[in-house]
Write a protein that binds this ligand. Sequence first.
Ligand code: DNO
Length: 344
Amino acid sequence: MKMTFRWYGVDDPVTLEKIRQIPCMDGVVTAVYSVPVGEVWPVEEIEKLKAEVERKGLKMEVIESVPVHEDIKLRRGNYQLYIDNYKENIRRLAKAGVKCICYNFMPVFDWTRSRLDQPLEDGSNALVYYKQDVDAMDPTKMSLPGWDSSYSPDEINGLINAYKELGEEGLWENLKYFINEIMPVAAECDVNMAIHPDDPPWSIFSIPRIITNEANIDRFLSLYDDVHHGLTLCSGSLGCTTANDYTAMVKKYGAMKRIHFAHVRNIKILDDGSFEESAHLSKCGSLDVVEILKAYHDTDFEGYLRPDHGRMIWGETGKPGYGLYDRALGAMYMAGIWETLEKN
Ligand code: DNO
């Protein structure tokens, strides 16, 4: 296991110097953020980022994410050009020493929450998903940090309608086409492609979401028979419903060597199916983090792991979910569990 930390580039208030001082860190997970979705990342930008990271004593072997253009997911418009660009990005990143690329196939919206700073009992605040509030949300009138904010309300409406029409099976078809196009390139470059599950793992705003549960992940993996075709197994996404057994998934896909990247955090599932992002410690949420790490350990996990979202604690402000302190606590907690497992 290689411990990593997400870093949003030179404008991130959580600097590389700070990340370097978390004792267990091997590298950062980052991306070129200045290029619009779908375009080719300039080699100079990739090299600059890598040099910056390495100058601070860290590695840049994981990219999160190379986003997939909506035209690819809808297989319309310029999709073939965007797929060709995607392949070129894989080649360029491989040349820069990148070993793993995280991406997702969520229509229009990335992770969705009803509030980004819900006060918790202990005075910290966290991201939460309260079902009733999300049901009342108008996605054309808002934006969340993970969302592409370049769309106008009309464009968002158009996209939502296009996906409703496409439906789940249509989305599967388009994913299959995309995978069959990019995977030969990734395999040739020896880059592991790691799809991130949909967060939350159910349909929102009446549009399809398909990377949601074990049956669908089985179906996803069967789209292409190569070990480079794999997963970012995210406990924070898959784990927010009791319908998914995250630890069982680690055992299964870990044994198949298809987990290339692990996102681990805890989640407190509430009675109505809503959830709050809690501290990483097992007793703070609904997931047993020791059991999770044990499953990774038992399957000889050699991929990358990162603490996922953290709460905001000790008065910190910043990018929701991506402050320094709580994620650093999460990383050290998990590094401690891992060391214990190694010694046993
Ligand atoms: C949330 C993240 C996701 C993830 C993308 C991967 O914080 O886990 O936004 O980066 O879905 O493409």
